[in-house]
Design a protein around this ligand. Structure first.
Ligand SMILES: O=C(O)CCC(=O)C(=O)O
Length: 284
């Protein structure tokens, strides 16, 4: 018996590779998260400036290890109920990205499959994308290619275009038929779910408002990393029966010393894995 999704929504997820929209919290609660997000990431970025050559500030990667608002978001019961319907009751957070597209900027996300650079097996990872501001076609909402997850892992290449918001500039090597693409707008407090193999992208934000969302990558505890690096993840529901990952602590205060150490350790391992593991590098 599903906890949040209807049978029709589960069927849509399996058929299309995504399903949307669901509500996690009210617009007012999302606005509280957004304000906390702006306050804490601005303070963190001042204290720990982005190293030269890194595309995004470190606060945008795995922010649930640094900030209480993000730790709360990845554990939100409605989001976890939806995720449980798709991957079962033992749930880990493997990765998370804060997707902050400032108003009127050129940042964009090229067509890609998340599974390309996560190095996970089996390919059961699901992303919940939770909106903190309106995410519309004008502001560059996520766009899906329905059914593309059924083609399995496709070859990608890394592109150096500075507008690309993905860490390596990952882009699928395939022609995308624009007439088949479906934008998935979301209102603050709503979320979508997408499969690790579905092709998706997003355009620059041409609106007058920032477009902000948290992309939370959940995996069932049975998933493992296929490279040699021992990675860490956060248990958010159920049990860690398989011990494939070291478990991460939740931040007790916004980027306190222990949180900064845990974040640095986790992101460092992920970075090393991406250098060592063929699937996460340029073999495609
Ligand atoms: O937020 C975006 O524009 C891209 C999101 C994305 O690629 C993802 O959540 O996997």
């Amino acid at each position: 018996m599903p906890k949040l999704l209807t049978e029709a929504q589960l069927e849509a997820y399996r058929r299309d590779g995504y399903v949307t929209p669901f509500r996690a919290v009210s617009a007012a609660e999302a606005e509280r998260w957004r304000q906390e997000m702006a306050r804490t990431t601005t303070a963190f970025d001042l204290a720990y400036p982005k190293p030269p050559g890194q595309r995004q500030s470190s606060s945008r990667v795995k922010p649930y290890l640094l900030f209480r608002w993000a730790a709360e978001m990845v554990r939100h019961p409605a989001v976890l109920d939806a995720v449980e319907d798709v991957i079962g009751p033992d749930i880990l957070v493997y990765h998370t990205t804060l997707w902050w597209k400032e108003a009127g900027t050129d940042g964009f996300v090229p067509w890609h499959q998340d599974g390309t650079y996560f190095g996970l097996a089996p390919h059961e990872h699901v992303t919940a994308w939770v909106a903190l501001t309106p995410s519309t076609e004008d502001s560059g909402c996520v766009t899906m290619l329905p059914g593309s997850h059924k083609h399995g892992q496709l070859p990608h290449t890394d592109r150096s275009d500075p507008g690309i918001m993905l860490s390596r500039g990952q882009t699928v090597k395939a022609e995308i038929d624009a007439s088949q693409c479906v934008p998935i707008p979301l209102q603050p407090g709503e979320f979508s779910l997408h499969d690790t193999m579905v092709l998706h992208a997003s355009s620059p934000n041409r609106s007058k408002m920032d477009r902000i969302g948290l992309g939370i990558s959940y995996i069932p505890a049975r998933c493992y990393h296929t490279g040699p690096t021992r990675l860490s993840a956060t248990l958010v529901r159920g049990e860690n029966r398989f011990d494939h990952f070291d478990l991460e602590p939740a931040p007790q205060a916004d980027f306190d010393a222990a949180a900064v150490v845990a974040h640095r350790d986790s992101v460092g391992r992920f970075f090393r894995a991406s250098q060592l593991m063929p699937e996460m590098s340029l073999v495609h």
